[in-house]
Design a protein around this ligand. Structure first.
Ligand SMILES: [Zn+2]
Length: 260
């Protein structure tokens, strides 16, 4: 691992601040580090990212960049981890909330893991995922233990400012969110693909779930423990879908500087 040194006193005890700057623990000097992980140059990182943004496999990227496969795979994990942390802030206005289930055909490491009962979140069952979408087009989604009120409502409180309008289906976990300071608009299942003319629908999130499921299916199965990473990747791709390649690469470079 590359250690960042303070440019003033050369101390190796340096903290990462929330702003992305570094602070030296010895002399308290604040500075920006442009160091990137894995001892790859900025040009090498940019080349990997260009192929990554085109959704090339690690194998393909290794061939195209003449880098070792393992190094490329490691770089892709670092990129995905960085994207997973780059989430939108607090939502407000009109937002949609919804849950879905992903997987079913998990790719196992070596031998198949024995079915561990029928408990959710274990064995080969599907994984619940919860999402929030703001009508400006940005989405946030996370793997959850279950889809009960005790799990979902605190996440809504964390991610959505009070006073916002929340559209959800009639799933019982959403009952009572009005008491948490929101305007709750219910959408009846089976009807919500057609908007009621008042904007009460969860079409945005349903669109995102469709996008996510198509992308994961095209991977031909992933390891269950990798799901949060891929989820983070596709949330990011979706949120930045209208930006051009150069802007995306610049943004990812900045994120990678924090990953050192
Ligand atoms: Zn210092």
């Amino acid at each position: 691992m590359v250690k960042i040194r303070c440019p003033k006193c050369k101390s190796k005890t340096v903290y990462l601040l929330a702003s992305g700057k570094r602070r030296c623990a010895c002399c308290r000097f604040d500075f920006i580090s442009h160091r990137l992980p894995l001892r790859l140059t900025k040009d090498q990182w940019k080349e990997i990212m260009r192929w990554f943004l085109l959704e090339q496999s690690g194998q393909n990227i290794a061939i195209r960049t003449s880098l070792k496969r393992l190094r490329v795979l490691r770089s892709l994990t670092i990129i995905r981890r960085a994207l997973t942390r780059d989430v939108p802030g607090i939502f407000s206005g009109t937002v949609e909330v919804d849950e879905t289930y992903l997987g079913g055909q998990w790719k196992n490491k070596r031998k198949p893991i024995r079915e561990m009962g029928t408990k959710r979140g274990r064995g080969t069952g599907k994984q619940p995922v919860f999402g929030i979408l703001c009508r400006n087009g940005t989405v946030w989604a996370e793997v959850v233990e279950n889809v009960e009120a005790d799990t979902l409502q605190p996440l809504i409180s964390q991610k959505v400012s009070t006073g916002s309008i929340i559209c959800s289906d009639t799933w019982k976990a959403y009952t009572g969110i009005a008491a948490r300071g929101y305007v709750h608009r219910l959408v009846n299942h089976g009807e919500h693909q057609y908007t009621d003319g008042k904007g009460n629908h969860i079409n945005g999130l349903e669109g995102f779930w469709g996008y996510l499921k198509r992308k994961l299916a095209s991977k031909g199965g992933i390891r269950r423990e990798k799901l949060p990473l891929y989820l983070g990747e596709y949330v990011w791709r979706y949120n930045h879908r209208n930006e051009n390649e150069m802007i995306k690469i610049k943004r990812i470079i900045k994120l990678l500087e924090r990953e050192v």
